[in-house]
Design a protein around this ligand. Structure first.
Ligand SMILES: *Cc1c(COP(=O)(O)O)cnc(C)c1O
Length: 353
């Protein structure tokens, strides 16, 4: 089965070997306070920074999911309120969680075909954290580097947190332009679910210490304190941390991966423009995602395409949220090889051209 689902998505085939190695190396039952784990953790932190182009002075943390990161950041970096800029389901869910924790949290929704409207935002000075989703997996839009730079320049004193779940380890993100970036590993990292990676700037840690919130097992300050010795507050997903280490060691630098995905996204968008029964959900090329391609059609056709594709051993992604029934999604993730997209194209040409 070729899997184009945007999460959990295709894992790197090497994961099979890594799993056997993990078993043989005793990783699955190594004490998480012991030297063996600390060495593993130190080495993976170093690979994450080197391979993903993360500034040396950023701190790396492990959590269990992107959803957990949403919660950690609101709990530990806001006393009063965060501000959420969103155009799709994941950004909106983050906002809704934030409101439950800090009822004063504010949101600004923008249109699918519009760039994030940085100059229109009215963010009051008592806002402690600005939150947005770099790649909105639910509808296939992205916030480009230039827009992030504008946001950073306009709100220099406020911490900025970025959900990069479906782009980190796929795109060469400019981490320096925001304080917090995080992703779970079942998307562009090509690994099984159950682990998230979070990178935080020195300024973020400084603010966290000032707020000094310690009410949760994964409050940021205790996470930071434990991570000074490459440990976690609880028994972490050691197996997935090991898989992450092996995967990163075998992967090229992010710049090369980004170039490959960018070219392939361009190719896929051009390819799908030829069909009259489907259209690209996102019309504005500037905001189209490079890693999640969303196609729109009438509900019956969407149903038909997905079913027929499955019949040919191709798994397409369902639509999500408000686009659940009239769209389907195709992941453009690094673990999926070019030949698989050629197969996908042949399928579409055969049945729908
Ligand atoms: C998949 C996804 C999430 C949720 O990830 P979990 O690991 O299930 O918490 C959050 N944000 C974005 C942008 C996603 O694509």
């Amino acid at each position: 089965m070729l899997n184009f689902y945007p999460g959990p998505s295709k894992v790197y085939p090497e994961v099979r070997t890594y799993l056997v190695d993990a078993y043989d190396e005793g990783i699955m039952n190594t004490p998480h306070r012991g030297e063996h784990f600390v060495q593993l953790s130190r080495s993976v932190v170093s690979s994450i920074k080197r391979k993903l182009n993360i500034p040396q002075d950023y701190y790396i943390f492990f959590a269990s999911s992107a959803t957990e990161c949403w919660e950690i950041l609101i709990q530990s970096l806001t006393k009063h309120k965060s501000y959420h800029i969103y155009n799709g389901s994941f950004g909106e869910k983050w906002f809704q969680y934030a409101q439950k924790i800090r009822p004063a949290a504010e949101g600004h929704q923008f249109d699918l075909n519009e760039a994030m409207p940085v100059s229109e935002l009215q963010i009051s000075s008592d806002t402690e954290l600005i939150c947005f989703t770099q790649n909105e997996t639910s509808n296939g839009t992205q916030v480009n580097a230039n827009t992030i730079l504008n946001l950073h320049n306009r709100f220099r004193d406020t911490l900025i947190a970025v959900d990069a779940t479906s782009s980190m380890a796929g795109l060469n993100l400019k981490l320096i332009k925001a304080d917090i970036w995080f992703a779970s590993v079942q998307k562009c990292f090509g690994l099984p679910p159950g682990l998230a990676v979070m990178a935080c700037s020195p300024r973020c840690i400084f603010r966290a210490k000032k707020i000094a919130e310690r009410d949760h097992y994964n409050s940021l300050v205790p996470m930071y304190e434990k991570m000074l010795n490459y440990q976690t507050t609880h028994t972490p997903n050691e197996l997935n941390i090991y898989l992450l280490k092996r995967m990163l060691e075998d992967r090229p630098f992010i710049k090369g991966i980004d170039q490959h995905l960018t070219d392939r996204a361009q190719d896929l968008y051009t390819f799908f423009e030829q069909f009259s029964d489907f259209k690209l959900l996102v019309e504005n090329e500037e905001v189209r995602s490079k890693t999640v391609i969303t196609l729109q059609a009438n509900e019956k056709l969407v149903e038909d395409v997905k079913k027929r594709a499955l019949h040919h051993n191709l798994r397409l992604g369902n639509g999500y949220g408000p686009w659940a029934r009239n769209t389907f999604r195709i992941a453009n993730f690094p673990a999926i090889v070019d030949e698989e997209y050629e197969e996908l194209k042949r399928f579409f040409l055969h049945y729908y051209a």
